[in-house]
Design a protein around this ligand. Structure first.
Ligand SMILES: [Zn+2]
Length: 183
């Protein structure tokens, strides 16, 4: 391996709690090529009880991110966790995902992107693309690609399933240009 390859940060995918391992595996296989990184899958870790808010019955995403930061083997790793539990940050009813670009950590929840949440039958054909798009969006933030206004771009931020389902799985030209030259 050349020195350039060694300098490249690795992506580490972490299943949290009862996260569906098939979805996590599939995501781990797909996300590496998007950012031109190698990917490791960590063995699962428990949902941090200190992140659980009893009144809201949700998990505080910021606390999960600080927990993830402590799992990093080195500062260059970029870590993304997948969980089944509902996430929040203060002043928001819920969030699909959250990331900290300085720490290089992200978390995505399957809770709201599952069809059962809307009283619909489970449909993996819908769930996986939503997970993939949200994970790519959070990783793009970690790799410091700025927010995108193009509703067709995978980096277009929306919490609405309608928007997520109708956006593509690829970056627009503007985002793609920002991605070249990331380390
Ligand atoms: Zn874009």
């Amino acid at each position: 391996m050349g020195s350039l390859a060694l300098l490249k940060s690795k992506i580490v995918v972490v299943p949290m709690g009862e996260a569906d391992f098939m979805l996590v595996n599939r995501l781990a296989a797909d996300i590496g090529p998007v950012f031109n990184r190698s990917v490791d899958i960590l063995k699962g870790i428990k949902m941090p009880t200190e992140a659980h808010n009893l009144i809201r019955n949700q998990y505080y995403a910021t606390v999960i991110l600080s927990k993830l930061e402590r799992t990093k083997a080195n500062s260059r790793e970029r870590v993304i966790a997948i969980c089944e539990e509902d996430l929040y940050v203060p002043n928001r009813a819920y969030i699909l995902g959250h990331s900290d670009n300085l720490a290089g950590t992200a978390v995505v929840s399957l809770y709201q992107i599952r069809q059962e949440f809307y009283g619909l039958p489970e449909d993996e054909g819908k769930v996986y693309p939503r997970l993939f798009k949200e994970a790519v969006l959070q990783m793009a933030h970690i790799f410091e690609v700025s927010a995108c206004r193009n509703p067709k771009c995978v980096n277009f931020k929306s919490e609405l399933m309608l928007d997520i389902d109708s956006k593509g799985e690829k970056f627009c030209d503007i985002c793609r240009r920002q991605l070249t030259g990331i380390s």
